[in-house]
Design a protein around this ligand. Structure first.
Ligand code: CP3
Length: 350
């Protein structure tokens, strides 16, 4: 397949090839820490409108590739385009993050329809098509989606939350109706990911950013099982597409997600010890991670020591260098350039 032929370091690493140094990209590598992003962002008031303007989404997707030469680009979009496409009201308030007209009752599920996804998100797929054409062939293009539990968190809380009490109470007290919402989201996310693959992404990442708020007993049911159903549904339509799972802050329950037949790689958050991950996870599955995003703000010797420690632990196995969560806005871009140098100049065993 052409995907094989065009594969650069990132895709070959997911497929099991080892290189002297690992590939690198960063979650949220396009964003407010870059002055060139802020300049393009300033031209559109609404964040969703910005996401749905292909020329702008393409430009900001390419910016971190042009500046830092990462091994993968991630299409500029947001996980909340899925609830928006389903028909829930979604908006972003400056300095406050996402807001949604919260779901409070299962009778409202009827207003959500996955039939709209293809049309509503057509600008995202157009941006993917043109970004893939503009990228160097050795640079992979990643698509992504929020995992069902994380999407349900925003859809039921109506925003971010400190304790996620509303969504958890609904899941615990009314698992049948919560399950209906999760089922709808599984199908919607399979559609959205399949359309992204058809438009040209080389791999996809599933963000379960809030999985860690669930007790371990609930994780299989509301986080892992929906992600596995998505992987199965996507593979029925696109058998070869690599899928990276990012169940954030689940601790040692990460062992449950160690399923190489289902996921091509696991993205590990900052709370997972590199030594433990090298021993318990990496012999079975490719890992991605997990520098603390605040190390990238701190920079200097602290960053260099910590990045080297992670490389010494994980760089000998199947590994993609990344952060444990997204780049934060106060990150000095020169620290990102330095991090790329550290990773590319790392000497195994030195
Ligand atoms: O470079 C990339 O990583 C690609 C683009 C991307 C964005 N959001 C752009 C964005 C990706 C992959 C996401 C994923 C996303 N969005 C997640 C999962 C990853 C994670 O962080 O846990 C979540 C939970 C969201 C929801 C979301 N979108 C929040 C909570 C916020 C507000 C936080 C903030 O930084 O303001 C957003 C807005 C958002 N999405 C911005 C960006 C660059 C900032 C808004 C702006 O530029 O005006």
């Amino acid at each position: 397949m052409s995907r094989q032929k065009a594969a650069g370091k990132f895709l070959q690493t997911l497929a099991g090839t080892r290189f002297p140094t690992p590939p690198i990209w960063l979650m949220r590598q396009a964003g407010r820490y870059l002055p060139e992003y802020r300049a393009v962002r300033a031209t559109t008031k609404s964040f969703l409108e910005f996401c749905y303007t292909p020329d702008k989404a393409i430009e900001v997707t390419l910016q971190p590739i042009q500046r830092f030469g990462f091994d993968a680009a991630i299409i500029f979009s947001d996980i909340l385009v899925v609830p928006d496409a389903l028909g829930q009201k979604v908006w972003f308030e400056e300095g406050e993050g996402p807001k949604l007209e919260a779901l409070t009752d299962p009778s409202q599920f009827g207003r959500l329809s996955r039939a709209r996804i293809g049309d509503h998100l057509a600008p995202v797929y157009e941006a993917i098509r043109q970004t893939r054409a503009a990228l160097p062939s050795e640079t992979a293009l990643l698509g992504f989606a929020g995992a069902p539990f994380t999407l349900a968190c925003y859809m039921i809380e109506g925003s971010g939350s400190k304790d996620f009490a509303k969504v958890k109470k609904w899941a615990y007290a009314h698992p049948e109706s919560f399950g209906l919402l999760i089922d709808l989201l599984v199908e919607a996310v399979v559609d959205h990911l399949a359309y992204q693959v058809e438009a040209g992404v080389d791999a996809v990442q599933l963000f379960d950013s809030w999985a860690g708020v669930l007790p371990e007993e609930q994780l299989f049911h509301w986080s892992l099982d929906p992600m596995m159903r998505i992987a199965k549904g996507l593979r029925e339509r696109h058998p070869d597409v690599p899928i990276i799972a990012f169940p954030r802050a689940v601790g040692p329950a990460m062992l449950m997600y160690r399923r190489p037949d289902t996921f091509s790689a696991l993205s590990i958050d900052t709370g997972i010890g590199a030594h433990w991950a090298a021993k318990e996870l990496q012999p079975h599955i490719c890992l991605q991670g997990n520098l603390d995003p605040i190390m990238l703000v701190a920079g200097g010797q602290a960053m260099e020591r910590e990045a080297t420690r992670i490389l010494d632990k994980l760089g000998h196995g199947s590994f993609v260098f990344n952060l444990g969560h997204g780049v934060v806005p106060q990150t000095p871009p020169e620290n990102v350039a330095r991090l790329v140098e550290i990773v590319r100049n790392w000497k195994p065993g030195a």
